[in-house]
Design a protein around this ligand. Structure first.
Ligand code: ATP
Ligand code: MG
Length: 286
């Protein structure tokens, strides 16, 4: 098994980790093409992990049709991105929970799911207005390959593709990588194998994607630590307390903390003065 038999190190024994770059400004997007592979779970737990390490962290629910970060975080937001687009102040929608801030979406807001260019820009604008307050943005991108998804994902400084070993997930992850490379010009993507039952299964997810990408795309793939299948994930999801808080010693929670640290060591630091700010400016300037 991936982590059950591993020796516990001081580093992965809780939230009290000494971060390498705790306050580095960056924007992490979780995507993957296919639905139900674990994007929201990993987004929430990664955000809470970075916050526990001292970074002011904002989680953005960009799954505009099927918002669920609020459920995973156990909060019931009064306002959401749709209200902001319609003129509400962005602060009215922000929710503080588990050490992070959440910019929620709205469940069943189908109008947002397929929003127009101008509404999408209004959403970006709202997030841009927040970006100077936060060092780390974690964006949960919806499944699918439409403009909403690829624009949110393609502009992040670090794009994490969540994939399981199922053939459909691998096919969708590759399709996602292809669109991001060809349409958004990304040069590097990080693969997070999820729900794996052995270390070999995680390696298989990466090597399958890698062999396709090496043949057809000009894209560097970096493998991040795999997240094991762990029934605690579902249990914590149902109670609204993120796994890394509810079950900090569970195998998946430990893997997510390892993932956060590994991302710090492998990600190329963004040299822009204010990565979050210029990230959104880059989009808005197009
Ligand atoms: N490592 C894991 N071990 C066990 N169950 C998991 C794991 N990761 C995710 N799950 C479960 O898989 C289901 C889907 O997870 P999640 O909602 O995070 O996926 P998603 O990619 O965000 O889905 P959607 O595309 O519908 O938004 C949930 O029931 C969650 O509890
Ligand atoms: Mg989701």
């Amino acid at each position: 098994m991936i982590s059950g038999s591993k020796q516990r190190s001081a580093e992965d024994s809780g939230g009290d980790i000494i971060a390498l770059h705790p306050r580095r400004e960056r924007v992490i997007a979780l995507t993957g093409g296919k639905g139900g592979v674990g994007k929201s779970t990993i987004a929430v737990n990664l955000a809470v992990t970075y916050a526990a390490r001292g970074a002011e962290t904002l989680a953005v629910d960009a799954d505009l049709g099927m918002a669920d970060l609020n459920l995973l975080l156990g909060v019931a937001p009064k306002k959401n991105l749709l209200d902001i687009i319609n003129g509400a102040k962005v602060d009215e929608a922000l929710v503080s929970c588990h050490g992070i801030s959440l910019l929620p979406a709205l469940n069943g807001s189908f109008a947002l799911e397929s929003m127009s260019e101008s509404r999408r820009r209004a959403a970006f604008d709202a997030i841009e207005s927040l970006s100077s307050r936060f060092e780390t943005l974690v964006i949960d991108v919806a499944a699918g390959l439409g403009a909403n998804q690829t624009e949110f994902a393609g502009a992040a400084s670090e794009v994490l593709i969540v994939a399981t070993s199922e053939a459909l997930s691998l096919a969708d992850a590759y399709a996602c990588l292809k669109v991001l490379a060809l349409r958004q010009g990304i040069k590097t993507a990080y693969i997070v194998p999820n729900r794996v039952r052995s270390e070999a299964e995680g390696e298989e997810v990466f090597s399958r994607l890698q062999s396709l990408v090496a043949r057809f795309l000009d894209l560097e793939l970096i493998c991040l630590p795999a997240i094991p299948y762990d029934r605690r994930v579902n249990e914590s999801g149902a109670t609204g307390v993120p796994l890394v808080r509810a079950y900090p010693d569970s195998p998946a929670a430990r893997a997510i903390r390892l993932l956060a640290r590994r991302l710090d060591t492998v990600a190329v630091p963004d040299t822009r003065g204010n990565a979050t700010r210029s990230f959104w400016k880059g989009i808005l300037a197009e």
